[in-house]
Design a protein around this ligand. Structure first.
Ligand code: HEC
Length: 254
């Protein structure tokens, strides 16, 4: 009985340490303007990040929770948004043949999907599914640090690791074998504001954009939090003064 217990404990310990060894390392911490209680989104970085998403990531990844009209919050005008939406097609009304006819997207539409079905997406990506990016920053531990580390974390596979066909070695992806090829290379996009389009810059910008996409109301929430704290401190001070006064009268009855 005792022996079985020991063997089970050893097996659990060995299993845990092996799986720990295989786990991806913690991504390095980055400085993000949107972190901390006073964090805000840098509007220029958001617009550059949208550009990287549209020109690089959107060919494989949807961002289905975002509507085109939401882009007005990044400083785009009504007609800019109309023009951006019109570059995409979304499923339209059902035609006489029973199939939906694609139509030009409008500002009220959600961002268009790059593939018509999940099967088509897997088919084009070595069997793996490119996740929807609208919530990915919230959905992964160490959200922005992880996504930044993942999209920039490609390296040559160690010689003792047998890579499956079509997979790419990534330092931060759990299991280290990712079906996503390195998505970014220097000067892949041309930023209109003259910012050099290095891999590092593009990755930072697209992560900032995805962080905004996963919580566009973050700035309002944080501002509200600060207001509540200010209110509570004033309220506490007032209560303190009031309590002192009440007790003064009780302690010094005239
Ligand atoms: C050619 C297609 C393609 C492009 C372009 C692409 N990806 Fe991916 N991406 C994939 C696939 C496929 C997966 C799934 C990987 C897997 O499961 O092995 C993936 C997975 C991911 C994940 C999830 C990782 C995880 O922890 O599950 C993130 C985040 C991501 N991509 C971000 C991006 C960003 C940001 C861009 C643009 C800079 C981008 N991708 C461009 C195909 C692509």
């Amino acid at each position: 009985m005792k022996r079985t217990l020991w063997i089970t404990l050893c097996a659990v310990f060995l299993g845990a340490s092996l799986s720990y060894g295989n786990a991806a390392p913690k991504p390095p911490e980055q400085n993000w303007s949107f972190e901390g209680p006073f964090g805000t989104f840098d509007r220029k970085a958001l617009r550059r990040g949208l550009q990287v998403y549209r020109e690089v990531c959107a060919s494989c990844h949807s961002a289905a929770h975002l509507r085109y009209e939401k882009l007005k919050e990044l400083g785009f005008t009504e007609s800019d948004v109309k023009a951006i939406a019109a570059e995409y097609e979304v499923p339209g009304p059902v035609g006489e043949d029973g199939n939906t006819k694609p139509r030009k997207a409008e500002p009220k539409d959600f961002f268009a999907h790059p593939y018509p079905t999940e099967a088509a997406a897997r088919d084009a990506n070595n069997g793996a599914l490119p996740v929807d990016l609208s919530m990915v920053i919230k959905a992964r531990p160490h959200g922005p640090d992880y996504v930044f580390a993942f999209i920039t974390g490609y390296a040559k596979a160690p010689s003792d690791l047998k890579m499956a066909p079509g997979m790419h070695y990534n330092l931060y992806f759990p299991g280290h074998q990712s079906a996503m090829a390195p998505p970014l290379s220097d000067n892949q996009v041309t930023y209109p504001d003259g910012t050099p389009a290095t891999v590092d810059h593009m990755a930072r910008d697209v992560v900032t954009f995805l962080a905004w996409a996963s919580e566009p109301e973050m700035e309002t929430r944080k501002r509200m939090g600060v207001m509540v704290l200010i209110f509570l401190s004033i309220f506490t001070a007032m209560l303190y003064v009031l309590t002192k006064r009440v007790w003064w009268h009780i302690k010094h009855p005239s």
